[in-house]
Design a protein around this ligand. Sequence first.
Ligand SMILES: C[S@@+](CC[C@H](N)C(=O)[O-])C[C@H]1O[C@@H](n2cnc3c(N)ncnc32)[C@H](O)[C@@H]1O
Length: 294
Amino acid sequence: MRGLHKLRPGHRAVPAGSARQHPRHSPPDEAQLLDTQRAFDSVAADYDGPRGNNELIQRMRLILWDTVHSVVPPGARLLDLGCGTGIDALEFARRGFHVVATDWSPLMVERTRARAAAAAMQSRVTVAHLGIQQLARLDDEFDGIYSNFGPLNCVPDLGAVATECARLLRPGGSLVFSVMGRICPWELGHYALRGRFKRAGVRAARGATAVGMNRHTIWTCYYLPREFYRAFSGQFSLQGYRALGLFLPPPYLVDYYRRRRRWCERLGRLDDRLGALPLLRDMGDHFLIVLRRR
Ligand SMILES: C[S@@+](CC[C@H](N)C(=O)[O-])C[C@H]1O[C@@H](n2cnc3c(N)ncnc32)[C@H](O)[C@@H]1O
């Protein structure tokens, strides 16, 4: 039978921990996963505001929505990894898909549940508190799996995620992920011009690096598209990838965008036209990658 009631037993609870220095090249450990969970819990209440859903984010969201819609059949069954407050899950429910929406932050999960209830969409959206690192607990079958705005940057073992996605996806099914990239020219320039060179270089770190949010720490691994794909290449073929937010500033610079809206609209058109070109597609705040199960 399909559904989260078939969660597998035996998941180990993670011990409490706090933000600290992390050895180079290491993925996030269990304590750091909890730091990240607390960070997102702390912003769940207002995440639909400027922090989590401003105009620049909405622009990128549309691209993921249309990409997912174009690669799965009508009425498909979708899995959302790191659903946040459920904006994407509800959009796909409105488009006639069935979504299992999961997140590692219990307060984000509550927001998604409330959003589904307010829209009377509980028949199309199932919500579960589940970290991506816990996917082995899920027994189900999906036509497509998506993850928007970097949840996959917070997991310890991408290879294990690939194995679980391959198990959960029907043959020929698609993965659509938006992932934070390593080379974000806007971010480099923004922080370097302010003399914050350490912050400017944060995406160059190997393994998990501490990124502050709301006085908490998100342990984040940044990837080049090819580094990311390497973990999935055994079970998935690469359908394509493109930059998101290359000419446009990253979402946290939305004030810049608001002050220069007409100029930024032009930059947005450059993103649309050029973001999938070789070399350019390897840069940007995020990249959108589409993979197909062999
Ligand atoms: C930047 S938010 C994006 C949320 C949502 N996908 C959206 O588009 O608004 C990142 C989300 O990933 C979740 N997350 C972080 N680490 C995770 C993990 N290990 N497993 C599942 N979700 C995780 C956070 O709780 C948060 O909701």
